[in-house]
Design a binder for this molecule. Structure first.
Ligand code: NZQ
Ligand code: ZN
Length: 392
């Protein structure tokens, strides 16, 4: 087991109608002039944005709004948000939406709190020294950005998708009302469940030290999401299943399932980020499309973990060699993806990449990770290309 740091400063307000507490929470954390940042309009159509602004109006809290954060959020809107915040004297950010609105808000927060070009942080050129305080009203259980230290932004020029992580961006509060996720398209619900599971699987398939308690939490989380993803496929309005998945989303990416291991593998995410940048696919679907190929490429180098996963999460039969059990676990996971209508290769994802496209993605991915990366197995550019090829 490795030493670890666990820092989760986000105050979580979970349950029905919790968005009514937003003004109270903003005041608690000292916000006086707010930027409400949201996505493409689902929060307008659902009436949530109106409820939020009504609550702020009633509490005398001043705000400006900026919508338009697209899935795989763009740097251009981040620059716009930074200028707006400076012009209006914004001192607190409120993201209302999913990972894209939250990540875009975090980037705006970095841009306001630090001078210079905010892309420098995502381009690994320098480190942030602060971020505007942020609150979140979550509308999709998926990325865990409401409690994570990460923000992922796409630079339109060159379609470069990069993440930046620092504790400065951890939300002050996260309002999580599972009912708000009931308007999600089924596809996005399934994408979210996939992403949640992947955040824990990235930390689970490692060759670093491992901790029994962390493994138990991780396996319990994975089983819970697997079960409730199926319930939501058949009954999208099921409150308890929405709640299980929503809380799992936060715990999957707030560091809890990484305590005691080496921080995680993260190569499925890195490979997906190139797909998201180039083809603008939904993050969760991109992960599902690449995972099986990654798993088959690396499993022999991380066999005990793949066997444990097969037995404790996927409930496969405990017979045959360790390799056979591990492979049955990978197949069972792909069957699960198919059962919730997630793709298991790039074609099913709708990506018709040429050999040249795959080479470009592998090259960009290798640059993005500084040459090579991985814990289950360290991957270089050649290995990344092999996985992309296998996922076609
Ligand atoms: O934009 P709107 O109109 O709100 O519609 C969104 C969007 O089309 C819609 N949606 C969200 N809540 C809804 C809803 N539609 C109806 N009812 C609701 N209640 O769903 C679509 C997807 O939303 P988005 O915010 O893009 O999804 P998600 O939360 O999956 O975020 C994806 C982004 O986060 C990044 C991904 O790479 C991607 O860019 N990630 C961020 C992480 C982090 N910050 O920690 C970690 C992740 O691994 C991930 O990389
Ligand atoms: Zn993710």
């Amino acid at each position: 087991m490795f030493d670890f740091k666990y820092f989760t400063p986000t105050k979580v307000i979970f349950g029905k109608n919790t968005e009514a507490k937003v003004a109270e929470l903003i005041k608690e954390f000292g916000g006086t002039k707010i930027l409400i940042h949201y996505g493409g309009g689902s929060v307008v159509r659902s009436g949530l944005l109106k409820r939020v602004t009504d609550t702020l109006d009633a509490s005398g809290i001043s705000y400006v709004t900026l919508g338009g954060a697209v899935p795989n959020p763009h740097l251009g809107l981040v620059y716009e948000g930074i200028e707006l915040c400076k012009k209006e004297g914004v001192d607190f950010l409120l993201a209302v939406g999913g990972g894209s609105a939250i990540d875009s808000a975090k980037a705006i927060g970095y841009g306001v709190a630090n001078g210079g070009d905010v892309w420098d942080f995502y381009d690994y050129k320098r480190k942030a020294e602060g971020c505007l305080p942020l609150g979140v009203i979550l509308t999709i259980a998926a990325t865990g950005s409401e409690m994570s230290d990460s923000s992922v932004i796409t630079k339109e020029e060159g379609l470069v998708k990069r993440g930046y992580s620092s504790d400065f961006s951890r939300a002050k509060f996260a309002i999580m009302n599972p009912e708000l996720t009931m308007t999600l398209p089924d596809y996005q619900t399934a994408c979210g469940c996939t992403d949640i599971m992947m955040h824990t699987m990235e930390r689970y398939f490692t060759n670093g030290g491992n901790m029994e308690l962390t493994d138990a939490l991780a396996e319990g989380l994975l089983r819970t999401v697997k079960k409730n993803a199926i319930i939501l496929r058949d009954d999208p309005q099921n409150y308890d299943a929405r709640a299980e998945v929503m809380w799992a989303g936060s715990l999957a990416h707030n560091g809890l399932t990484g305590c005691g291991n080496d921080g995680g593998d993260w190569m499925t995410h890195k490979l997906e980020h190139e797909l998201g940048g180039l083809y603008d696919v939904a993050h969760g679907a991109g992960l599902a499309a690449i995972w099986g190929s990654w798993a088959r490429y690396v499993y022999k180098n991380c066999l005990p973990r793949f066997k444990k996963f097969a037995l404790n999460v996927m409930d496969v039969e405990n017979s045959g060699t360790d390799e056979e059990i591990a492979l049955r676990g990978i197949e069972a996971m792909e069957d699960f993806y198919r059962s919730i209508n997630m793709p298991t290769n790039l074609r099913e994802l709708g990506v018709e990449a040429t050999e040249e496209d795959l080479k470009v993605m592998a090259h960009k991915c290798a640059i993005g990770v500084g040459g090579e990366m991985g814990s289950a197995k360290v991957l270089n550019e050649e290995a990344m290309l092999a996985i992309y090829r296998a996922s076609m």
